[in-house]
Design a protein around this ligand. Structure first.
Ligand code: HEC
Length: 186
C-alpha cells in the first residue's frame, strides 16, 4: 500500500502545484486590472485625460513591476493590435490571443476563460505561461474607440506614432494580461 500512498501524494502535490500556478497568474492579472481601472476611472471622472494617459503609460508598467516583484512572477499586458510596441506579443502570446478571440466569438464568457500552457524557455528550462482576456468596455473608448476626441488623438498621436489600438467596440477583445512563472513542470 505504501507505493500507492506515495503515488497519490505525488499526484495530489502536482495537481495542487498546477492549480496553484493558475491561481497565482489569475491573482496577478486581477490585481493589475483592478488597480488600473480604479486609477483610470479617477482620472477620467476628474476630466483629466492627460492624467489618464499617464496612468496607462507610466503607472501600468510600474504597477506591473511591483505586482511581479510581490508575487515572484512576471505580469504585463499584450494585444493583437498594440499601442506601445513594447507590448507586442511574441509567437506564443499571438497564438493564445487568437485562440481567446475565437472562444469569445463562439460565446464563451471572458471572465471564465484563460489560456495557459507549460512552454519551453530553453532546452533545460520550462515556464508556465498564462493569458487572461481583457475585454473592451465603454470607458476604454475615450482612447481605444473611434472616433477619438481631437485633443486625445493629438496626445496619443505624438506619443505613439505607430498606434494600432484604436477602433475597438465594447465587448471586443482588447488584449490580455500575460503572466510567466518559472518552475518545474508538475
Ligand atoms: C486615457 C486613455 C486610455 C484609456 C481610457 C484606456 N487606455 Fe488602454 N492604453 C492607453 C495608452 C496610452 C496605452 C499605452 C501604454 C504604454 O505605453 O504601455 C494603453 C495600452 C493598453 C493596453 C496594452 C497593449 C497596448 O496596446 O499597448 C491594453 C491591453 C489596454 N490599453 C487596454 C485598455 C482597456 C481594457 C481600457 C478600458 C478599461 C483602456 N485601455 C482604457 C490609453 C488608454
Amino acid at each position: 500500500m505504501r507505493w500507492m500512498t506515495i503515488l497519490l501524494s505525488a499526484l495530489m502535490t502536482s495537481a495542487t502545484w498546477g492549480a496553484d500556478l493558475e491561481l497565482q497568474a489569475q491573482a496577478a492579472s486581477m490585481t493589475l486590472g483592478k488597480a488600473l481601472k480604479t486609477r483610470l476611472l479617477k482620472a477620467l471622472e476628474a476630466g483629466d485625460v492627460a492624467g489618464a494617459v499617464a496612468v496607462c503609460r507610466e503607472e501600468a508598467p510600474a504597477l506591473a513591476d511591483a505586482i511581479s516583484r510581490d508575487l515572484g512572477l512576471s505580469v504585463g499586458r499584450t494585444s493583437l493590435r498594440v499601442r506601445n510596441p513594447y507590448n507586442q506579443p511574441d509567437a506564443w502570446e499571438k497564438a493564445g490571443l487568437l485562440s481567446l478571440q475565437q472562444r469569445l466569438t463562439e460565446g464563451e464568457d471572458a471572465a471564465a476563460i484563460a489560456h495557459s500552457e507549460w512552454v519551453e524557455k530553453s532546452p533545460e528550462e520550462k515556464e508556465f505561461r498564462y493569458l487572461k482576456p481583457i475585454v473592451t468596455e465603454p470607458l476604454c473608448l475615450t482612447c481605444h474607440g473611434d472616433p477619438i476626441a481631437p485633443d486625445v488623438a493629438k496626445v496619443l498621436g505624438e506619443l505613439y506614432p505607430e498606434d494600432q489600438a484604436i477602433g475597438y467596440t465594447p465587448g471586443e477583445l482588447r488584449g490580455a494580461f500575460t503572466v510567466r512563472i518559472s518552475g518545474a513542470e508538475p
